[in-house]
Design a protein around this ligand. Structure first.
Ligand code: HEC
Ligand code: HEC
Length: 519
């Protein structure tokens, strides 16, 4: 009783009110409301999307969601939308995690707990280089304090990656997870049949994830799985392809977190209907439909392209014959020195339809973080908003010789499968002490990172998880740990060979443009 009393007393002395931002009284808020409007005029209604899908107008639902998501991504939200948070003294945004602000409703007690920020008014404030939805400069780095210690030396920072081709990345992860789960079930069946312990080498899309052991337990007549020799993926064998450390499985989950952490826009599925988790006096900042829309927008971002394919289509700056030879030689060397052990040039999808919610249970919410049932919120796996990754991306449709070429869509292989040229393996690797962070944020090792997909790498300096590498050569030379041998092999190349390899990497680029949708 006494302690609580003192606490509120000291807050009053500091001029901090427990219910909101100091700088603004409710009366001030009314002034703002009279003079301004929210930056977001409407919310997307998930029930409308569902009705459209159920009425057989899935293509319309997708396009409407995409356009709304595009608008949300670009909007600089304002006070009336509930952007930012109560950072304690009314500052609303902070680039520095504030573990010191512990009064009710302040940074450290936000619901859910903050990981960073709020850092910006819009998504596009960071994901903008060199084209919209691209990466970010070091000024757009996100600073996090995983231990909530408020100690600068224990904070980590991350560079902003590009968001191209995200839908394809999630689908690859889904199919790899299905393969790994099938191998686990096969092992279970074998062990149960033989009643003897056994092991299986886990492999998905040509990527090895170590060995899973299944021990037969006679007392319960069941199998206990041992994951100590499983590598590069969590013990549940769910491939999580997002975040530098590979800790997030779905675009929706990432976006939901980014809305809260980066821009202080809280989704009702994160905090609940009518709940003000970030102390800014606004509730219901983003609807379930808004999150679906942002998910479709990010998932349907065009794939990165190459300067060679642009040149072949007569688009872009054009590439000389000599340059083509150098790039091709550089790609051969990239394989030769073992970069492709991790940066696998391409993987194929068995099915190229992105669905939100996903058909795969590990890639959709069983229950939303705030406790709602997705189905009750009209998010239904039997009627998802969907699009075809080989055809439907609305952006990067270019007119070539009077014909529309959809450069945003995935190509198909000779066998008709969608090809994802990601130059990655969606697997985590130990990268050596030089790249280790001061804090092991996700428990997978301080020096462990997901292989960064190199598609688009020619457009996304600076490089590496914290943006320390201003050039591609530096990024390569920082490789250690599992990548030591290939780093040394790169060092051992002649200068001309090294130049060719960098030319090759610089040929993997991001473009954004083309004709308006439907053109
Ligand atoms: C302050 C800059 C900043 C803002 C604003 C920002 N992001 Fe990001 N974004 C980042 C950083 C940094 C990462 C990498 C985070 C990590 O891996 O630790 C990232 C990663 C992502 C990823 C995962 C990409 C991948 O390949 O792993 C998605 C998706 C994403 N952001 C979406 C959004 C959306 C949607 C918004 C707006 C709600 C947004 N971001 C706002 C900086 C930002
Ligand atoms: C053992 C796996 C592995 C091998 C082998 C490997 N890499 Fe990487 N690469 C990674 C990981 C993991 C990262 C992300 C590291 C980080 O951010 O700290 C990365 C990052 C990069 C980046 C920076 C990308 C960006 O957007 O920031 C470049 C460029 C790169 N690698 C090129 C190469 C080249 C060239 C080779 C061969 C000489 C190579 N890599 C070999 C795993 C590997």
């Amino acid at each position: 009783m006494h302690i609580a009393h003192y606490a509120s007393l000291s807050l009053v002395l500091l001029g901090v009110t427990a219910d909101g931002l100091r700088a603004q009284t409710p009366a001030d808020r009314l002034v703002v409301e009279r003079l301004h409007v929210p930056a977001m005029p409407t919310h997307m209604d998930q029930a409308d999307l569902l009705a459209e899908v159920q009425a057989g107008r899935g293509a319309d639902a997708f396009l409407r969601a995409f356009l709304h998501g595009d608008a949300l991504f670009d909007t600089a939200f304002n006070e009336l939308d509930g952007v930012g948070a109560n950072v304690g003294t009314g500052m609303r945004f902070t680039r520095m995690p504030r573990a010191d602000l512990i009064a009710p409703g302040q940074w450290a007690r936000h619901f859910p707990p903050r990981a960073t920020g709020p850092n910006a008014q819009s998504c596009i404030a960071c994901h903008a280089a060199p084209v919209p939805d691209g990466g970010g400069p070091v000024t757009a780095n996100a600073v996090r304090d995983p231990r909530r210690a408020g100690v600068a030396g224990q904070m980590i920072q991350r560079n902003t990656p590009h968001l191209f081709g995200m839908g394809a990345v999630q689908l690859l992860a889904e199919e790899m997870t299905m393969a790994l789960h099938a191998q686990r079930e096969q092992l279970r069946a074998n062990v149960m049949q033989s009643r003897r312990s056994a092991s299986v080498a886990l492999v998905a899309k040509g990527v090895s994830f170590g060995t899973l052991r299944g021990d037969y337990t006679p007392t319960s007549n069941s199998v206990v799985f041992r994951t100590s020799f499983v590598t590069g993926v969590d013990g549940d064998l769910v491939v999580r392809p997002f975040q530098w450390k590979g800790s997030v499985a779905t675009v929706r989950d990432f976006n939901r977190g980014a809305c809260h952490n980066e821009i202080g826009m809280q989704a009702v599925e994160l905090v609940g209907h009518g709940v003000d988790g970030d102390g800014d006096r606004v509730v219901n900042e983003l609807s379930v439909g808004d999150l679906t829309a942002m998910t479709m927008y990010v998932a349907a971002q065009p794939r990165p392209v190459t300067t060679l394919e642009m040149s072949q289509l007569g688009l872009g700056a054009g590439v000389s014959f000599q340059q083509v030879i150098r790039v091709q030689n550089g790609e051969a060397l990239f394989r030769q020195v073992g970069c492709t052990d991790c940066h696998k040039p391409s993987m194929e999808l068995d099915a190229a339809i992105f669905r939100e919610p996903s058909a795969h249970p590990s890639y959709r919410d069983t229950i939303f973080p705030a406790g709602q049932s997705p189905a009750a919120e009209s998010v239904r796996a039997d009627a998802p908003v969907a699009f075809d990754l080989t055809a439907d991306q609305p952006q990067n449709r270019f007119v070539v010789n009077g014909r529309v070429v959809n450069l945003g869509a995935l190509k198909r292989s000779s066998t008709g499968k969608a090809v994802v040229s990601l130059y990655g393996d969606l697997k985590r690797h130990r990268m050596g002490a030089g790249l280790a962070e001061s804090v092991d944020e996700t428990g997978s090792g301080a020096d462990t990172f997901l292989t960064e997909n190199l598609w688009g790498v020619g457009s996304t300096a600076p490089y590496l998880h914290d943006g320390r590498a201003t050039t591609i050569a530096e990024a390569i030379l920082w490789h250690g740990g599992e990548a030591l041998a290939s780093r040394d092999a790169f060092r051992a190349l002649t200068e001309l060979q090294q130049r060719d390899m960098i030319d090759f990497l610089n040929s993997l680029v991001l473009v954004k443009g083309g004709v308006p949708f439907g053109g």
